[in-house]
Design a protein around this ligand. Sequence first.
Ligand code: AMP
Ligand code: MG
Length: 267
Amino acid sequence: MADDYLVKPGKKAKLADRDPADTSAFKSEEAAKAQLAEDAAEIDRLQDRLYAEGKRSLLVVLQGMDTSGKDGTVRGVFNQTGPLGVSVTAFRRPSEEEMAHDFLWRAHMAAPKRGTIGIFNRSHYEDVLVVKVHKLAPAKDIDKRYDQINAFEKMLTENGVTILKFMLNISKKEQRERLQERLDDPKKHWKFNPGDLDDRKLWDEFQAAYELMLENCSTDHAPWRVIPADHKWARNAAISAIVRKTLEDMNPQYPKVTWDPKSFRVE
Ligand code: AMP
Ligand code: MG
């Protein structure tokens, strides 16, 4: 299942050929939700082993247009996971301090410690997405960033970090509905940002920047997956299955102790 969503390294991503409303991986919404619940519980059990082992970590990168469901994915997939072993970092417009460093500095600072799962809600990829579309840095600098990102991620993987990257692929039509909801529902007003409408006007430019990112930065060590995200349940079930499978393949082990538990008595 995982590989349906993969962007093969060196290949075009062809976003136009990928249906954001695709649910063909699932028998039904009900079945997908049941699978998600099982996956979420299993992710927690595997996370406990990862934490106990204390040698490796998992980095989950979430990228997508406004309303694509980055927050919802964190809530939906990791809601069973013990908070001790998870860190979530939201990447916003860089602070003055962050701007005073190279663009990867803040991403490196937020990379997950051994034994933990780190989730990036947006990421260092904003520096080839919003920064490219809004021309916030010179084009010649941005062009170099794809290779810099690949090298950075390679270095992380060589130091025990497994990397999963998900682009949450929503349609322009679905985004319209979700933005309208943010205007209609007082409980969602806080999520609305007038700037989101400016980015919506640049939809095609963002799609082009995403394609370039997918094409240049889907590597063997850290491949991109494009997740159909018009249906929240399908999005969560797809991601939970991949996260679970990845942790199962990592197969973290509880450390063996060198002493005999039977030789102790707790009085
Ligand atoms: P939100 O995800 O709704 O909290 O919004 C965060 C905003 O920060 C988005 O509009 C991002 O495009 C923006 N952002 C994130 N990283 C960068 C960056 N490196 N440079 C400029 N803007 C950024
Ligand atoms: Mg926003």
